[in-house]
Design a protein around this ligand. Structure first.
Ligand SMILES: NC(=O)c1ccc[n+]([C@@H]2O[C@H](COP(=O)([O-])OP(=O)(O)OC[C@H]3O[C@@H](n4cnc5c(N)ncnc54)[C@H](OP(=O)(O)O)[C@@H]3O)[C@@H](O)[C@H]2O)c1
Length: 288
């Protein structure tokens, strides 16, 4: 039995991907969600659709490091090893803003920092051939671009809405690149990749703002940024489970099983190092 953890698996991309992977009954899906009621409903729907009974819900709020730690402890006690971790949970600043009870800017904490800590806590538990996939966005490179102001600034200062989201997704790509380098240097048989699903109107992400008209505008004016929930979840499920992706690491998958280069800024090593060191500090982890 292979264990696949998907954060934010009760709706949208996480849910659809879980459902696709669950068609193979050799996989146990761990739906890591903040809302118990929604998680239970998602579990019931996946069992109904696939006949796979190995669907489990576990409480996880990625915006809180304390919740991430509790989840990792419970998970390790219960299941011991991880085969696939999909860091998918995410929020738009249009829906949530402010600072968490632990003092971090909420988009940075939810989309990036919680996933950074979760991955660190589970890293020694990955099986041979384990896979980590960070769900990012082409908005890591928004129209007009962004410049790196340092991790401290992102973690604590108020930024304008669009930038906060863009930075959180850029952080996930920095994380992918730096972790890939470490995994390769330590010859660990674990891969890490970034996945961009593209603009998907059919999820809860924009809270009803991504209506049909806006979707059409994106599709016609920015076809490079347009995605479909069906094809993106299909691609993500394949990257997570198909043998042909077993050795791909450090890549950026673009709305499909095809890879491309992420933004030039996302390859900046100095920024990667700075974010990594600061993230360890924010999470209270000593570098070894
Ligand atoms: N939709 C797009 O256009 C688009 C484009 C590029 C990238 N993405 C990325 O795709 C990923 C999935 O988004 P989606 O489009 O599928 O939207 P969605 O339907 O809103 O799914 C997001 C999931 O994340 C969960 N979540 C949010 N905050 C959380 C927290 N603090 N702890 C645990 N779970 C949390 C949500 O749970 P609740 O139901 O409790 O809110 C939900 O299950 C996100 O990372 C998003 O940034 C989306």
């Amino acid at each position: 039995m292979k264990n696949v953890i998907i954060t934010g698996a009760n709706s949208g991309l996480g849910f659809e991907t879980a459902k696709k992977i669950a068609k193979n009954k050799d996989y146990r899906l761990i739906l890591a969600c903040r809302n118990d009621v929604k998680a239970a409903q998602a579990k019931a729907n996946i069992i109904d659709a696939t006949g796979n009974d190995n669907i489990v819900t576990m409480k996880l709020d990625t915006s809180l490091l304390s919740s991430v730690r509790a989840f990792a402890d419970n998970y390790i006690k219960e299941y011991g090893t991880v085969d696939v971790l999909i860091n998918n949970a995410g929020i738009s600043p249009m829906r949530e803003s402010g600072t968490t009870a632990e003092g971090f800017e909420v988009v940075f904490a939810t989309n990036y920092l919680g996933h950074f800590l979760l991955t660190q806590l589970l890293l020694s538990r990955f099986s041979h051939g384990g896979r980590i996939i960070n769900v990012t966005s082409d908005m890591h490179n928004p129209p007009g671009g962004i410049k790196w102001n340092g991790a401290e600034y992102l973690a604590h200062e108020a930024l304008n809405d669009r930038q906060r989201y863009a930075y959180s997704k850029l952080c996930l790509i920095y994380f992918t690149h730096k972790l890939d380098e470490i995994l390769k240097s330590q010859e660990m048989a674990v891969t890490v990749n970034s996945f961009n699903p593209g603009f998907m109107a059919a999820t809860n992400f924009s809270g009803g703002h991504a209506d049909k008209a806006r979707s059409l505008v994106v599709k016609t004016t920015m076809p490079d940024r347009y995605g479909e929930l069906e094809s993106s979840s299909d691609a993500l499920a394949q990257i997570a489970a198909d043998d042909r992706f077993a050795e791909v690491s450090g890549a950026y998958f673009d709305r499909s099983i095809n890879t491309k280069r992420s933004s030039e800024l996302s390859y900046n090593k100095e920024n990667q190092e700075e974010l990594w060191a600061k993230s360890l500090e924010f999470c209270g982890i000593e570098e070894n």
